[in-house]
Design a protein around this ligand. Structure first.
Ligand SMILES: *Cc1c(COP(=O)(O)O)cnc(C)c1O
Length: 317
């Protein structure tokens, strides 16, 4: 289905392959790039002046940044009020680590209890916009719950594939939201293989991390909010619990867009970005430290931080 932008505020004008830069239409449903089978990134027209007044101050969800999100028609928005989470001051923890200031962006206050809500609100909205019958996802828990909730909200079919050892609460929430749940022996990578098998005909939108360009756009709103909540200054250091890495990439993308837009003062220093991983499953750390060439054959095991149990985060290093 081909769409054109209408009354939408969105300034999206194309997508490009993150590996080679080849352009793709923003008005067709896209998954990964046909040229390199790598993630696609959304590009906005940031050259015409676009002041911070485009932020819809009356909207207290992440959709206040709609001009910089890829939704073409507002009636396709699938929202449960995600985003604009509070920034909590943590003075006692700051004192313990001898920091002058430490803040926590409390993403647990999102609908369904995690920042997965942002990406899934965006991706399910695009699934609805392009008339897809439903969505499928491999998940360690939170993303599946969020997808089930947003698909229920939109009236779309939801298929969630999760490891058998996933805590019971996640499985039950998916059932309650009406999703079809399949349990797999193994980690999220094994679930990913099962998703590809189950969706071989492509009838459903595969919302695996970075296998479609929309979740990233939802997650980048964390970057816009951090800047807005810091009154367009930025923190010195940003710590992010990284699994597949969408959030970290998204926040960085938001900072780049805000620089291009002139929303940040030219002398603004971008934060040092720290990817935090679990001891039992830290493929990004091992690769970054040069102890392996990439994440392809990393051996991870289950961890209490189950949202971070992603042994083979996808996309070219
Ligand atoms: C998914 C998840 C992460 C990892 O997020 P990515 O952006 O995929 O790296 C971290 N913490 C929690 C609680 C999660 O649900």
């Amino acid at each position: 289905m081909k769409l054109v932008a209408s009354e939408s505020l969105s300034r999206i004008d194309a997508l490009h392959c993150s590996a080679c830069g080849t352009k793709y239409s923003a008005f067709d449903l896209q998954r990964v790039s046909a040229c390199c089978s790598q993630p696609l990134e959304a590009d906005y027209d940031l050259h015409e002046p676009l002041s911070r007044d485009v932020i819809d101050q009356a909207d207290t969800s992440m959709w206040r940044y709609g001009a910089l999100l890829p939704l073409l028609h507002n009636e396709n928005k699938v929202t449960l009020g995600e985003g604009m989470t509070p920034m909590l001051n943590l003075p006692r923890l700051a004192a313990r680590y001898e920091l002058s200031s430490l803040l926590l962006k409390d993403e647990g206050q999102n609908p369904t209890g995690s920042f997965k809500a942002r990406g899934l609100s965006m991706a399910v909205s695009k699934a609805k916009e392009f008339g897809v019958e439903g969505c499928i996802i491999p998940t360690a828990g939170n993303a599946g719950v969020a997808m089930a909730a947003y698909c229920a909200r939109a009236g779309l079919r939801a298929v969630v594939v999760m490891p058998r050892h996933t805590p019971k609460a996640f499985k039950e929430e998916c059932y309650w939201y009406g999703a079809e749940v399949e349990l797999v022996d193994g980690l999220i990578s094994d679930c990913g293989a099962r998703v590809r098998q189950r969706n071989a005909d492509g009838a459903l939108l595969d919302i695996s991390t970075l296998k479609e360009p929309y979740r990233l756009e939802g997650k980048k709103t964390m970057g816009y909010e951090i800047a807005e909540q810091f009154n367009w200054q930025l923190p010195d250091v940003l710590l992010y619990p990284a699994g597949g890495g969408t959030g970290l990439i998204g926040i960085w993308k938001a900072f780049q867009e805000m620089k291009a837009l002139g929303w940040l003062a030219p002398e603004t220093r971008l934060p040092r970005m720290v990817a935090v991983q679990a001891q039992n499953c830290c493929p990004l750390l091992e690769t970054y430290a040069g102890r392996q060439p990439n994440c392809h054959s990393y051996q991870g095991s289950a961890t209490l931080a189950n949202g971070l149990a992603v042994p083979h985060p996808w996309a070219k290093p």
